[in-house]
Write a protein that binds this ligand. Structure first.
Ligand SMILES: [Zn+2]
Length: 150
């Protein structure tokens, strides 16, 4: 299991994650998921703009793109709603994020692990996540007390 820790701390891995083109889209999906979880329903483009600190027209443009890809349903007045494909991807990202949060806090004893977990939530091989989950003994909640989606 020592190998896992070593891999996650590899600087090269972080570079690959940052260059990944779909990261932005995944960021949006994550924000929509977390806002919904926090009781923001429906999530509106202005909520996303605020959460990501991005100008509203850029958010609207991105949401239109994501709608075309079948990830969400977006209506300027009604708000943003997940399509099954988008929800599934969002769950995966949030699961990755929260498992890494647990790892940084409990295993690496880092106080502000979530700051770094964000960089790891994208583009992680499912096999790695399965191994990480097993290593962490199948945690159900992240350090913030939020549920780790299955
Ligand atoms: Zn958390």
């Amino acid at each position: 299991m020592m190998n896992i820790k070593k891999d996650f701390l590899n600087e090269e891995l972080q570079c690959i994650i940052h260059e990944k083109s779909c990261e932005n889209e995944e960021m949006y999906l994550k924000v929509i998921y977390v806002l919904e979880e926090d009781g923001v329903k429906p999530v509106c483009s202005s909520h996303i703009a605020k959460a990501l600190n991005i100008a509203l027209p850029s958010v609207v443009e991105m949401l239109a793109k994501m709608q075309k890809k079948g990830l969400i349903k977006y209506d300027g007045r009604k708000g943003v709603f997940f399509k099954p494909k988008g929800k599934q991807t969002a769950k995966k990202i949030v699961r990755n994020l929260r498992l890494f949060e647990v790892f940084f806090k409990n295993e690496l004893k880092m106080k502000n692990g979530e700051k770094f977990a964000c960089k790891f939530e994208h583009a992680v091989n499912p096999e790695v996540i399965t191994a990480l989950n097993k290593f962490l003994k199948n945690p159900t909640k992240c350090p913030h007390g939020k549920i780790i989606p299955k």
